[in-house]
Write a protein that binds this ligand. Structure first.
Ligand code: NDP
Ligand code: OXD
Length: 306
């Protein structure tokens, strides 16, 4: 089995060593222009030239969960795309989102400011029942996040493309269920894949349907959110603020209002990092299974776009 690695913006040596150790009978190398044909590739944001030069690839293993950037490229005919499913990302996402929701709900930002100002004072406890959280996307990450939020006794709503039944979570699905899902939610957490159907999904019309005092947590992709619409709804008082981990342009450009807006918490696309050891183990296991002709979890459906 010949494996090639083409991962931009990634320290490649540890991936090379890790894959060689996990698949000792395979030939694993880092791609260079003009390199021989490989059977499988491990990629992150590869250039089009790589894909054009490797028409014989049987599968591309993306070292992340989101495949939106990869699917925008012209892929070799018949080549499967396999993404990381979980690989240690679900628990990180649950931590991040629960932290953002609890920080907002408990007004910890306000308490921190008070203490810095030398003020010892209490705020009236908020009513949890008045903070229903809606999770858009109930896949590998969204389901884990929804379950984690439910542990804190928040009322949790979930929205997905196909119907789902999850204990303790009120579920909605499809375009028909979207407005009811939004109207039932005050906090909106986005864990959708970026596809033509979900681009710009958080806009003035949809965000205005959240309950008054709404709050947005975007941990999926920046292009899901229309930045100006979020800012306008915060400034008009319909939304209380947002925690944003992903942006339309990354790194977030200097001077963008998200850097300094007092009601926005921004982090640099770090809510759930790819964990190298876990990912190498998962990729090696799946590659060996595919090579034996078996089906593997996390195979992307190019028609759906995720
Ligand atoms: P999955 O593919 O497992 O889940 C996607 C979910 O979204 C599914 O529940 C799916 O519905 C739902 N969905 C897709 N399209 C629609 C639609 N049009 N309408 C309603 N629901 C829809 O993805 P993951 O949970 O693994 O990851 C989600 C995203 O998180 C990734 O695509 C990536 O962009 C982002 N991400 C961000 C990271 C970060 O650090 N910020 C790290 C990792 C991922 P159904 O169940 O019916 O198929
Ligand atoms: C991913 C990401 O999709 O890190 O895995 O955003």
């Amino acid at each position: 089995m010949n494996i090639t690695l083409c991962c931009t913006a990634t320290k490649i040596e540890p991936w090379l060593e890790g894959l060689r150790a996990a698949l000792p009978r395979a030939h694993v190398s880092v791609w260079q222009p003009g390199a021989p044909q490989a059977d499988y590739a491990v990629v992150w944001a590869p250039p089009q030239q790589f894909l054009d030069e490797q028409p014989g690839l049987r599968a591309l293993f993306n070292i992340g969960a989101g495949v939106d950037a990869l699917l925008r490229l012209r892929l070799p005919e018949g080549c499967r795309v396999v993404r990381i499913d979980d690989g240690g990302m679900a628990v990180q996402m649950a931590e991040y989102v629960c932290h953002a929701v609890v920080r907002h709900f408990r007004e910890l930002d306000g308490y921190e400011a008070d203490m810095r100002a030398g003020h010892w004072g209490f705020r009236r406890p908020r009513v949890r029942a008045q903070f229903p959280v809606g999770v858009m996307g109930l896949g590998v990450l969204g389901e884990r996040v929804a379950r984690a939020l439910a542990h804190f006794d928040f009322p949790v709503n979930g929205w997905s493309r196909s119907p789902k039944a999850l204990d303790g979570i009120l579920t909605f699905h499809g375009a028909d269920g979207f407005h009811d899902f939004l109207a039932a939610s005050r906090v909106l957490v986005n864990l959708l894949p970026l596809t033509p159907a979900t681009r710009d999904i958080m806009n003035r019309d949809t965000l205005a349907r959240l309950q008054p005092g709404g709050y947005v947590v975007n941990v999926a992709r920046g292009a899901h959110l229309v930045d100006e619409d979020l800012l306008a709804l915060i400034d008009e008082g319909h939304l209380a603020g947002a925690t944003l981990d992903v942006f339309r342009t990354e790194p977030l450009p200097a001077g963008h209002p998200f850097w300094t807006h007092p009601r926005i918490v921004a982090t640099p696309h770090t809510s759930a990092r790819t964990l190298r050891e876990d990912s190498i183990a998962q990729i090696a296991r799946k590659m060996a299974a595919l090579h034996r002709g078996e089906a593997v979890a996390g195979t992307v459906d190019p028609q759906r776009g995720y």
